[in-house]
Design a protein around this ligand. Structure first.
Ligand code: SF4
Ligand code: SF4
Length: 167
């Protein structure tokens, strides 16, 4: 080992040169959450439970999404629609309870493919971080898209580009 190597000066200078070279290169990182990367057109994120153009819930609690789910992340309970609830639910049966465990979900999109009612799709937003396991159990209220007539702006925002392309 030479005297120069012994005091590590050369290695320190080499390291500084690498750092200096990177100062002028385009940054690989972004200032999230102020800046956001654009996703691929086929990116599959957080689930949305869809409504029809009248604002009625599309899900009929048939359970096909839960059966198709390889991670067993979906649970639901069905209920019969009452005559006074026709403006709320499109089908005679609806999901009184619908939950997705995002810690299990692998965002494969099989639930979306299995659904015969166009009631569930994966949007281009992702599940936000949380400090508790319970926070990753998304309930029906968390998943249901805003009403298209009562809140059209929020509806369009939640619908996102991916749904607009696939609908
Ligand atoms: S995206 Fe895949 S893993 Fe996630 S709930 Fe749907 S079917 Fe299950
Ligand atoms: S989301 Fe679709 S597949 Fe799943 S229970 Fe509702 S209607 Fe059936």
């Amino acid at each position: 080992m030479t005297a120069l190597e012994r005091i590590y000066l050369w290695n320190i200078l080499k390291g500084m040169m690498i750092t200096f070279r990177h100062i002028f290169k385009k940054k690989a990182t972004i200032n999230y959450p102020e800046q956001k990367r654009s996703f691929s057109a086929v990116f599959r994120g957080l689930h949305i439970l869809n409504r029809d153009e009248e604002g009625r819930e599309r899900c009929t609690a048939c359970g096909l999404c839960a059966v198709a789910c390889p991670a067993e992340a979906i649970t639901m309970e069905g209920a019969e629609r009452l005559p006074t609830e026709e403006h709320l639910y499109r089908e005679e049966k609806y999901a009184a309870k619908y939950e997705i465990n995002m810690l299990r979900c692998i965002f494969c999109g099989l639930c979306e493919e299995a659904c015969p009612k166009d009631a569930i799709y994966l949007s281009q937003t992702f599940a936000p971080a949380n400090y508790s396991r319970e926070g990753f159990i998304y309930k029906k209220d968390d998943l249901l898209i805003p009403h298209p007539k009562e809140n059209p702006e929020a509806y369009m925002k939640a619908l996102g580009e991916r749904a607009a392309k696939t609908n």
